[in-house]
Design a protein around this ligand. Structure first.
Ligand SMILES: CC(=O)SCCNC(=O)CCNC(=O)[C@H](O)C(C)(C)COP(=O)(O)OP(=O)(O)OC[C@H]1O[C@@H](n2cnc3c(N)ncnc32)[C@H](O)[C@@H]1OP(=O)(O)O
Ligand SMILES: O=C([O-])CC(=O)C(=O)O
Length: 376
């Protein structure tokens, strides 16, 4: 029985214990397995290293990293059935919906599909991390009528994604900047999509099903979908000088300003600190700081008028845009990174499983007599 107390949106409800990710929402700290994200970024950690850390709880040795990296590179290519299915999809399809469908299909063709042991799930998690990136790049190449490229085995995970998406190898700066963005988005405790993944895994369903649940949750504009909405907002504002008035007007109309506010952070999101810097640097390198400048003005206006701080989605928008990533691919890029966290949480759920099944406070009519059709 419920006791009459429930918390709308499960705010601050602790639903399970986890060793993967710690967030201090008051101090603005984000820690993966004990390592602060600032240290991982400053210490030049690779995305592959962070995936290993999230899954296994320890940083890999040189040999462990080399083996894992080889496994990832060997598993990047999509199988022919998945590619054939992609080519049957509508070219104007929503990229997250196409991705959700391809992941589901890849599960059917995974050689370990029926092996839901922990070891089998690790093999599938490796393919999911390796192929999420290939799927997103291939979907965009298909949608834009360009040749779908095979993965480039010489490139690391981050650089290979940009290569497969853009058809040319990124320069060293852009490849590292994108890798940092992947590291910053890798995990975030029990956010909505990770929770969805754990709920599915908690029924002892397979890791592909859990990932499909997560992709569906990430797509929404209150979660990962916000990064695309941020860029559309910046485009709508048009130029930096128009930003303060635009924000004032939007807030007066009770519009939500995308990329601001957070359920857990009551201060600056530590990921936004890096992404703000990256947005500035990339803008300067590309000779166009308009979107960075506009973002700064929007940030100041929203802080002053609403007391809200930017979240991870705010400065990732202008950063990705200046990297030449199409707006409709921003949220899928989030998935390219977050698959690492989703899979880490699913593996943790399997290790220590209990069905996740909360209660609802029933507020409907408790009892009434059935009225037959002839009397209604
Ligand atoms: C990767 C991520 O998922 S990060 C989050 C990405 N999402 C966004 O950027 C979308 C914009 N932000 C939001 O909608 C919210 O801040 C959320 C969903 C992220 C968090 O929301 P919650 O903590 O549940 O706050 P909630 O939705 O209850 O809002 C509380 C109040 O703050 C206001 N508020 C919260 N965020 C915003 C915002 N971005 N713009 C304007 N007002 C806002 C709400 O309107 C509400 O005001 P009210 O009490 O006067 O009605
Ligand atoms: O934690 C959340 O609620 C949303 C978020 O920032 C993320 O998933 O990265």
């Amino acid at each position: 029985m419920t006791d009459g107390h429930f918390i709308e949106g499960l705010e601050d409800v602790v639903a399970l214990s986890s060793e993967i990710c710690f967030i201090d929402g008051d101090e603005g700290r984000l820690v993966y397995r004990g390592y602060d994200i600032h240290d991982l970024v400053k210490g030049s950690a690779s995305f592959e290293e962070v995936v290993y850390l999230l899954w296994h709880g320890e940083l890999p040795t040189k040999e462990q990293l080399s083996d894992f990296d080889k496994e990832l590179r060997a598993n990047r290519a999509l199988n022919k059935e998945v590619l054939a299915a992609l080519k049957m999809m509508p070219k104007d399809g929503n990229v997250m919906e196409m991705l959700r469908t391809l992941v589901s299909l890849a599960g059917l063709y995974d050689p370990d599909d029926q092996d839901n042991s922990y070891e089998g799930s690790i093999k599938k998690a490796t393919r999911l991390v390796a192929q999420m990136s290939t799927m997103v790049a291939s979907i965009e190449r298909y949608r834009s009528g360009q040749e779908i490229l095979l993965p480039n085995e010489r490139l690391n995970h981050a650089a290979n994604f940009l290569y497969m998406l853009q058809g040319k190898e990124p320069d060293e700066y852009t490849a590292r900047a994108f890798e940092i963005a992947l590291i910053l988005h890798a995990d975030h405790e029990l956010n909505a999509s990770t929770f969805a993944a754990r709920v599915t895994a908690g029924t002892l369903s397979d890791i592909y099903s859990a990932t499909v649940s997560a992709i569906g949750a990430l797509k929404g504009p209150l979660h990962g979908g916000a990064n695309e909405q941020v860029m559309l907002m910046l485009k709508e504002i048009g130029e930096p000088s128009k930003a303060p008035e635009w924000i004032k007007d939007a807030l007066a109309k009770k519009r939500r300003i995308m990329g601001f506010g957070h359920r857990v952070y009551h201060t600056e999101d530590p990921r936004a600190t890096h992404l703000r810097e990256m947005s500035k640097e990339i803008g300067e390198r590309e000779g166009n700081t308009t979107y960075y400048e506009m973002s700064r003005i929007v940030e100041q206006a929203v802080k002053e008028q609403k007391g809200l701080y930017p979240n991870v989605d705010f400065y990732s928008a202008s950063t990705y845009f200046m990297m030449g990533i199409p707006i409709h691919v921003f949220t899928p890029v989030f998935a390219v990174s977050r698959i690492s966290g989703w899979t880490a949480h699913v593996l943790e759920q399997y290790r220590n499983n209990r069905l996740i099944r909360p209660r609802a406070e029933y507020v409907g009519i408790k009892r009434r007599a059935y009225i037959s059709m002839s009397e209604r």
